[in-house]
Design a binder for this molecule. Structure first.
Ligand code: AMP
Ligand code: GLY
Length: 429
């Protein structure tokens, strides 16, 4: 009997997870809630409210699910892991308290300070007056970085070039409450510089297993111009993370984090994703996420060269025995195709053509995010619509294949970056 797995989420990250778990060597029977039209080709999709732990547990019980794997942060932030644990059901993802590494930047920064984890110098302001006086003091110089404490859909970070810009950001967050309660506390920190890399781990509460590094492309336009997005593309591995750096990241950052969470009574089980800046004085944490990234998952998962399901099941049970995770030699580049207007707004309902043709390009996989079926046709349904991933022995081949796939796809208003993976070709910082 194959294991029955429930994946929670509906994006390209969850499509990549579901596709990976359904295929050999795992060959799981995959259910996905709520899923999307792409996911329904590899999994049975079920309606679900990701903000309702009780309903998610009822779904897992009703469907006799052996292991639940959480894609996005929302269910974790409302305690889905706690609810499943109380019922003795296996779920891979952190408890609500452990998820605070992502859901509260103030918690994450104070935690790092307690455990000596390298990160930008900071102050957490509890009031507008406090924030203003810190900025006026110039304690962190300029530019200065201001971060809403809570989840703000990727929009809560401002890099202010001068005092006036910083004060305007403080007023927006704490005066006008632009991010709601997420902005009631503000982390003010020094601006670091250096290339950014993302590193990923499978954690069982006591140990962390490295599963790869990636670099993403957050801005909407080529050459990192325009507003921040959820991510317009990614590549893996990162040429910047060599063996010695990986060892250093493990010793200086990941082991203290996993050890510290356990020591504080909140052992971390789940995917841990650390966003790092490689500064002249070593790697420093920019942020933690308590899940896989999107689009990073789409280029990280295919590199894992061994069964994924037993690894995640063991970690969920708190008993990860393996010490290393074998990664394949191939390179992956993932290009996100978004709708016109993204990230400010996004159109929906445009007919999408060419996905089958893209998937026939050798080495290409297409993962759905904002897609829907309408009268039998596939149409757009949101900002980020698809991720097209190319695989190759070297980056130029992986990138060329990804774009050969993209060129097969068309819908009115589609936009994508032309420079995904370029950084992998010859990094000059
Ligand atoms: P975050 O939501 O914390 O990932 O921040 C979004 C982006 O802001 C990061 O990917 C960085 O590019 C940038 N950023 C955040 N914190 C800092 C910092 N202390 N110094 C420089 N850039 C930062
Ligand atoms: N790509 C960034 C994220 O998933 O948070």
């Amino acid at each position: 009997m194959p294991m029955r797995v429930l994946v929670l989420g509906s994006g390209a990250r969850e499509h990549a997870l579901a596709a990976r778990l359904a295929a050999p060597p795992d060959g799981a029977e995959v259910l996905c809630a709520p899923g999307n039209p792409g996911i329904s080709q590899v999994a049975r999709t079920l309606a679900a409210d990701l903000g309702d732990p009780e309903a998610l547990l009822a779904l897992a019980v009703r469907e006799h699910v052996d292991l639940t794997i959480v894609g996005p942060e929302l269910p974790l932030s409302v305690g889905v892991a706690d609810r499943f644990a109380a019922d003795g059901r296996l779920l891979f993802g952190p408890t609500r308290a452990a998820a605070a590494l992502e859901t509260s930047k103030a918690f994450a920064k104070a935690f790092m300070a307690r455990h000596g984890v390298p990160t930008a110098r900071f102050h957490t302001a509890e009031s507008l007056e406090d924030a203003r006086s810190v900025v006026r003091s110039g304690a962190f110089g300029f530019p200065v970085v201001l971060k809403a404490d809570g989840l703000a859909a990727g929009k809560g970070v401002v890099i202010a070039d001068d005092r006036a810009a910083a004060e305007a950001a403080i007023v927006a967050a704490m005066g006008e409450r632009r991010f709601g309660t997420a902005g009631d506390r503000l982390v003010i920190e020094e601006c670091l510089s250096g290339p950014e890399v993302s590193v990923f781990f499978v954690c069982d509460g006591a140990r962390a297993l490295p599963i790869g590094a990636a670099q993403d492309h957050k801005r909407i336009f080529d050459d990192d111009r325009g507003p921040n997005t959820g991510g317009m593309g990614a590549f893996s591995p990162s040429p910047l993370v060599d063996g010695p750096l990986a060892t250093r990241i493990m010793a200086e950052i990941i082991e203290p984090v996993v050890g510290g969470m356990a020591a504080e009574g909140h052992p971390f089980r789940g995917f841990l994703y650390a966003g790092l800046m490689l500064t002249s004085s070593g790697p420093k944490v920019i942020e933690f996420n308590v899940r896989l990234g999107d689009p990073e998952a789409q280029v990280i998962l295919p590199r894992i060269d061994e069964p994924l399901l037993p690894m995640l099941a063991a970690a969920a049970a708190g008993d990860l025995r393996q010490r290393t995770c074998r990664l394949g030699a191939d390179r992956f580049a993932g290009v996100v195709i978004a709708s016109r207007g993204y990230p400010e707004s996004s159109e929906s309902g445009r007919r999408i053509d060419g996905i089958d043709a893209a998937e026939r390009v050798p080495g290409v996989s297409v993962y759905h995010a904002g897609t829907a079926r309408r009268d039998g046709a596939l149409v757009t349904a949101g900002g980020r619509v698809l991720t097209v991933v190319g695989r190759g022995a070297e980056f130029p081949e992986a990138i060329a294949r990804a774009y050969a796939g993209v060129l097969q796809i068309s819908f009115d208003g589609m936009q994508y970056r032309r420079d995904i993976g370029r950084k992998a070709l010859g990094y000059r910082g």
